[in-house]
Design a protein. Structure first.
Length: 189
């Protein structure tokens, strides 16, 4: 029997493409430029959609019109953390983007999503309007992730020592968690 393990999940900023302009770009054109138009591109989306269906996630990639600049989304996730709603904010943004096809770089979409999980919409709107509120911090954390060698999402860091990148099988995650948990509790601060 495995010992009980407590987890603390902390979502950190990482932008897949920090060069996307503030207003975002046309999704189809962006994907065509990045991956081409061939059948392999379609099969990548089909594989992700199929895997999502097995997990009860109804990806609706066809609804996504804009590849967004996610800087403000990351700022919002950071602010949600302060009220203990970071996981809820991330889940709401994932749903808005991958299932509803909404532009999660759009200020109004972000304010609405924040309100839906119980954050103060007025405060979030004012913070988003202030381009300086946590922008430098998010950009520094994003740059650090790139410097650490992170090249994709998801990336998991366990106990600040072990890193796994990409969607991985559960057995591998368990092995890494067990390895991280071998260290005495007082050494895991």
């Amino acid at each position: 029997m495995r010992p009980s393990i407590e987890f603390q999940v902390q979502w950190r900023p990482y932008r897949l493409d920090p060069t996307i302009p503030r207003e975002g770009v046309d999704r189809r054109a962006y994907l065509r430029a990045k991956f081409g138009d061939g059948p392999q591109t379609q099969s990548m989306g089909d594989a992700i959609r199929s895997e999502g269906q097995r997990e009860g996630i109804a990806f609706a990639f066809e609804k996504i019109a804009i590849s967004p600049n996610t800087l403000n989304s990351h700022r919002l996730v950071r602010w949600a953390s302060g009220s203990g709603r970071q996981d809820a904010m991330v889940e709401r943004l994932f749903q808005a983007y991958f299932i509803e096809g909404r532009d999660v770089g759009n200020r109004n979409v972000l304010v609405e999503a924040a309100a839906e999980i119980g954050l103060d919409a007025g405060l979030v709107g004012r913070l988003l309007d202030d381009d300086e509120a946590d922008t430098d911090l998010i950009e520094r954390e994003d740059a650090l992730a790139h410097e650490m060698g992170i090249t994709g999402v998801p990336t998991f860091i366990f106990d600040n020592r072990y890193m796994l990148s990409g969607a991985r099988e559960a057995e591998l995650l368990v092995r890494v968690i067990d390895k991280a948990n071998e260290r005495p509790a007082e050494a895991r601060v």
